[in-house]
Write a protein of this length. Sequence first.
Length: 422
Amino acid sequence: MLEEDPQVEEIVARVAALDIGKAEVVCCVRVPHEGKPGRRLQEVATYSTMTRSLLEMADHLRCLGVSRVVMEATSDYWKPVFYLLEAQGFDPWLVNAKDVKHLPGRPKTDKLDAVWLCKVAERQMIRPSFVPPPEIRRLRDVTRYRIDLVGVRTAEKQRVEKLLEDAQIKLSVVASDIFGVSGRQMMAALIGGQTNPTVLAELARGRMRAKIGALREAFTGHFTDHHRLLLGKMLARIDAVDADIAELEATIEEMVAPFVQALQRLDEIPGVGVTAAQVMIAEIGLDMARFPTAAHLSSWARFAPGVKESAGKKKGTGTTGHGNRYLARALGEAAVAAGKTDTFLGERYRRIARRRGKKRAIVAIGRSILVIIWHLLSDPEARFHDLGSDFYDTRINPDAKKRNHIRQLEALGYKVTLQPAA
């Protein structure tokens, strides 16, 4: 039985496609032929990626009445072109290169790629990728750089620990955090030339005072001038990164000030703190019109199983695929934190972890958090309401749980007979 396809096929009358490189942009324009209805006119030109040349290209596209400009996501080279066209009043589309891959067995050049992309775009066989508005892009740049600096700091701290091990200084065996107040004072004394284990151990503060005996043993090593030089450089680098991170955090607080209400609502989700909420807003944005449903958001973030089926059989491993690594990291950390709470998300995490493992539980709870975020950002009046950790015990039909248990036993070959209630 034939059914009507709700999608309306329409040719984009005036369209341009860009094949972007580091130094050059190949622009293909296709417009209707004025003298021959149904025929098309095509122009392929090459422009420099310098600003003056790109402005000339934008003026030419405006003169031709181009209504859509499409480009592939090529490294970071697309960004200046996209932003310039956006500032010039165009509505540029960024598309995934995988969606417009050139047909195999045919010649491939920059010009042919631009023509192919233009033909695919005019028939509306592609969809645009999500590019947030300028204010969200700026926030995203700062939050991502903060995350990268935290990684740099962690790597530098690991180098310090390896250096101390090389010098037979076993501080990390005694102290859980060698960069606490006591640890920093001890390392500063080492840099200053102090190598007496008894003197170094007496620098302990607070609860570390109970480990003075172990600290004397830990500082009995071979700390030389070579180690002193490297340790001073490493600690200076850590302090500099700490200062940069603190400055970025102050900047982020200023940038999220217009979104403080949305930030506070996301902060109410179990496992989601202020820092994670900042990252989520920076990666997702605030306008959920780009994602028609919560399932669209989960799919875009790659927190939903991929669908791959052939000949009635499901293919692949059922993995979600690789998505936005900054968003995935924030959701993963939030899911683990939520799993330690006495909430619905915490109980859901523990139930899934027991049956399917912790990794699948993290993905499942991350998707649940995304669904909550979509509803909170879609409706400004929406508020988070926790279903409670006893949701599965008090609100699920016990008879349904019994029937499921019986089916599982019967599938294993057991015969189950229910005794009538007394």
